[in-house]
Structures are given as C-alpha cells and as structure tokens.
Design a protein around this ligand. Structure first.
Ligand code: GMT
Length: 372
C-alpha cells in the first residue's frame, strides 16, 4: 500500500507513535509518506520506502497567524495525486482531521476517492478538542473520517462522553518494539550516572501541566531518604522552568538531573531501575510502556488508560493522582528488595510483550484494507 501519515514531528507521544508505525509499515514493504512541518524526531536513518514531505507555510505581512491547516491540506492533495496514495492516516485530531477532510473533498472534486483514518491520542480529546473554540470542527471531522481509532478503551469512552458523535471508534492500543528497547545495560554508562550503585529513577515527558512533574520530584525525595538514588528527568516543556527553580531552591535535590530532550530512550531505559509517571491524565502512557519493554517497573497514577497498561502490584503500582506518599511507599517496596525488584522487572517485560509491535501493527493493516 501507499500510505500517507500526518502527525506532529515533536517529542509528543502521538508523533512518536505515528513515526514508529510508519517505520514498521515500511519494514513490511509498504510505501510510507510522512506529511508534517519538520522531520519527525524518531525518523532517523535511511529507508528506501519512507518519504518525508515538509509542509511549507509561506508567511505574508497580512497574516498574524500563518494558515498551517490550509498549507497542510494542499500538501496532502499534492502528495496523494503524485504518489498514488491509497489512504491518509492522521494522528491527533487537531488540525489534522479537518485538514484531511478538506483534502478529501478537493480530491473528490477531481474524481479521486481517498479514505481518511483518524487516530485519537489523548489531549486532542480530553483537553484541547473539548474546548468550545475547537469542538464543532473536531466533532465534524471525527464523524466524517472513514475510520476512527483510539489508543485505549478509556480514550474511546472519553470521546463518546465529550463529543456528540455516532461514529464507531475502534481501539488499537499503542505499541512498542520490545526487541529494540530490551537491551543489555551499558555498565560504564550506569556507573557514570550512579557511581556508588545508587538506584536510577527516570521520568520522561513533555513537561506539560497534565504531567504533574512536581509530583515526580516529591516521590523521588521520599525514596531518596530511604534508598540512595538518582533521578533523571528527560524532556522539555512549559513546566521545565518551574521545576528547575524548585530543584535549585531545595537542598536535597542534588541527586536530580534534568537531561532535556533525548532521542535515545532505548539507551537510557536499560540502565534505569524505576520509571515515574505522575500524570493527571494519560490516554495510554507510551513512555511507561517503553520503560516496561526495557524491564523497568512503573510507579504511576491510576488515571485515564494507565490501568489498561499497568497491572497493579505486578509490573508496577498505581496510586491516586497527587498521592505522592503512596507512590513513594510503593517505589521503596520495589527498590528495597532485590528479589521483588527482579520479579517486577521480569513481569514488566512480560506485560510489554502484549503490546509488542508485531501484535499491533497488523491491526492497523487490517483496518487499512477495510477502508480501502
Ligand atoms: O502528552 C503527551 O505525552 C503527548 C500526547 C500527544 O498526543 O502527543 O500524548 C498522548 O498520546 C500518547 C500516544 O498515544 C499517549 O501515550 C499519551 O498518554 C497521551 N497523553 C495524554 O493523554 C496526556
């Protein structure tokens, strides 16, 4: 098949998932055309079946807001016409689903039928899409998609709760390439971070308010009182400055390192002992799944779709949002006992295998066949 994928190119989970999907489809001999405004962060290396089409948004003194959606729709039309595209798969509803609707109408007027699949990822529904500024357009473009998918049962029910749509939503869970993340830890790298054999705790996110990153710090400080540890905070975003200020003003925070954006999570996760995800909401929690694939147990909240991924007391623990004392107690119970830690590590891998790339990508291929 010739598949066009539209996504955000940044470190956000939807862009990561879309890029990994495109790479997996190319491995299976499909031709994959990425359409976005910048090369996606995980789109590295050369692949003969992968093409990248940059959306250019020419500016003009009249525009206070350059019309990205118009440029995107025009690029979709161009790519479909010139590369014999069979379907458009857009990730994150805003503004990709409405731009795809526009492209589809333009192509229909030219006598070409192009099916559109929209994959909902999370904040496009639970935060941004719900806002009345966007809601009518998001509702309409979801309903007009040829197929609608959500990355968890929770996101599916949130969509029906928040939008008046009748369209069937198929749940296709996010996935991880377990073989890629399940690497042997590099001892020299581990020693560099934790020279005295301290435990390494990791958090990775886009530092938005919804992630409650300050709770990560609170959990860590409690753990570090009982178990000598280091905390690696990976990523960047709006909350980074306030977290930096919080860490600077705190005497006990010397063991916390903010690493900023990192592309090679598959190198960092294998040296980690525990992953922290304290979000107020996660439709899925792809970062937690990648950690589990690297045999890293997860301490998380029980928000959104996380209970569909994490089995409580088996490969990690979930606590109520904001209950950092409970999260710290669970973290200590895992890290404080080597046998327990090893068992949780083993279980994390076993759980991650259920979401392995090889089980999930065929579900997308089947859906593609159906809509075509
Ligand atoms: O919040 C993020 O990490 C980014 C956001 C996105 O759409 O780019 O992530 C959402 O999609 C991911 C991939 O499907 C999910 O794993 C995240 O749980 C989800 N984030 C939220 O729901 C807050």
């Amino acid at each position: 098949m010739n598949i066009a994928i539209v996504c955000y190119p940044t470190f956000g989970g939807s862009g990561v998932l879309a890029t990994e999907l495109g790479k997996a489809l190319a491995e299976k001999d499909h031709n994959v055309h990425f359409i976005t405004y910048q090369q996606p962060v995980r789109l590295n290396g050369f692949h003969a079946n992968i093409f990248y089409h940059e959306v250019r948004v020419p500016t003009y003194p009249l525009f206070d807001f350059p019309p990205y959606e118009t440029a995107l729709a025009s690029t979709m039309v161009d790519v479909v016409n010139n590369y014999d595209i069979n379907l458009l798969h857009v990730h994150y509803a805003i503004p990709h689903a409405s731009a795809a609707y526009m492209a589809k109408q333009i192509l229909a007027a030219q006598g070409k039928r192009i099916p559109v699949i929209t994959t909902l990822h999370g904040t496009d529904i639970t935060l941004v899409g719900r806002d009345k500024t966007y809601r009518p357009v998001v509702t309409f473009s979801m309903e007009e998609s040829d197929a609608l998918t959500a990355v968890s049962e929770n996101l599916k029910s949130e969509t029906y709760k928040n939008f008046n749509i009748k369209k069937e939503i198929e749940v296709i869970y996010n996935f991880v390439d377990v073989a890629r993340f399940n690497r042997k830890p590099v001892d020299a790298f581990k020693k560099l971070i934790a020279p005295k054999g301290e435990k390494i705790l990791v958090h990775a996110s886009n530092f938005r308010k919804v992630k409650r990153v300050e709770d990560v710090v609170k959990v860590f400080l409690e753990v570090n009182k009982k178990i000598p540890s280091k905390l690696l905070m990976i990523g960047d975003g709006p909350e980074r400055h306030s977290i930096e200020a919080m860490i600077r003003d705190c005497e006990d925070c010397s063991e916390i390192k903010l690493l900023g954006k990192q592309e090679q999570m598959e190198d960092i996760l294998p040296i980690s002992d525990l992953f922290l995800l304290t979000s107020e909401y996660e439709s899925f929690g792809l970062a937690a799944l990648e950690a589990m694939a690297a045999e890293v147990p997860v301490i998380a909240t029980n928000a959104g779709g996380l209970p569909e991924i994490i089995i409580n007391g088996y490969c990690g623990y979930m606590s109520n949002i904001g209950d950092t004392a409970d999260m710290a107690a669970h973290a200590i119970s895992i890290l404080g006992n080597e046998k327990t830690h090893q068992q949780f590590r083993k279980n994390a891998l076993e759980q991650a295998l259920k979401f392995d790339i090889q089980n999930i990508v065929p579900q997308y291929e089947a859906l593609y066949q159906k809509v075509i």
